[in-house]
Design a protein around this ligand. Structure first.
Ligand code: ADP
Ligand code: MG
Length: 195
């Protein structure tokens, strides 16, 4: 069950991870993209910290919506609108349910509506799909989160900037899958997921 308190903690931990791993995420993106994923996500993290300092949404749907709108408006690149859409979709779903798997599924739907990627195309979708499956089966672990990122290494990118490389994208971790792994690890740390 997602509560407002735990979700706030989750986002605070997530933004800290993004800022801490800014250089690493951009390094991953240098190999198969344009080297800005860390900068993009760090800009988003700073914008989220700023907005949460000045605004204090009082319920879960407004909180998630504020996160999503901030990411869409402040983060450049493909990742801003994708993460933004995820949170905006979760915000809508949270008006009806506070079940974690329901909300994450809505988030993934938002990502896929926006980016049209399916599993196996070496994008952050390849992190969301196995994590949601594990949440549903009550068996999410940090190991599964990490292993799912590693699995993107052998995939060939067919969506996003990395797809321009074709076969040369093989052998590199997808940066968006890595940033999503921080999202899900901090979700566990915040106690949002309790099995
Ligand atoms: P850009 O590619 O515009 O430079 P970023 O570097 O911030 O944006 O983000 C790149 C990440 O975005 C990729 O590693 C991938 O995970 C994700 N991504 C790109 N295109 C898509 C898409 N169509 N669907 C889902 N995820 C995508
Ligand atoms: Mg990039």
């Amino acid at each position: 069950m997602l509560s407002l308190e735990k979700t706030k903690k989750w986002i605070t931990l997530f933004t800290a991870q993004l800022l801490e791993n800014k250089v690493y995420l951009s390094e991953l993106d240098t190999a198969i993209g344009d080297g800005d994923h860390g900068t993009n996500m760090a800009r988003g993290a700073t914008a989220l910290n700023d907005v949460l300092d000045s605004k204090n949404p009082e319920d879960l749907p407004s909180f998630l919506k504020l996160i999503g709108m901030t990411l869409v408006s402040k983060v450049g690149g493909a990742s801003g609108p994708l993460y933004g859409s995820a949170f905006i979709s979760m915000a809508k779903a949270s008006q009806e349910s506070s079940d974690l798997s329901v909300l994450l599924e809505a988030g993934l739907e938002g990502i896929q509506k926006r980016g049209k990627a399916v599993a196996g195309e070496k994008t952050l979708v390849d992190e969301w799909v196995p994590v949601i499956e594990a949440v549903k089966q009550n068996k999410l672990t940090s190991r599964l989160i990490e292993e799912s990122v590693q699995l993107t290494k052998e995939m060939k990118a067919t969506k996003g900037r990395a797809s321009y490389l074709g076969d040369r994208s093989i052998g590199h971790i997808d940066p968006g899958a890595m940033s999503s792994s921080y999202l899900f690890k901090t979700m566990m740390e915040a106690g949002v997921y309790d099995n």
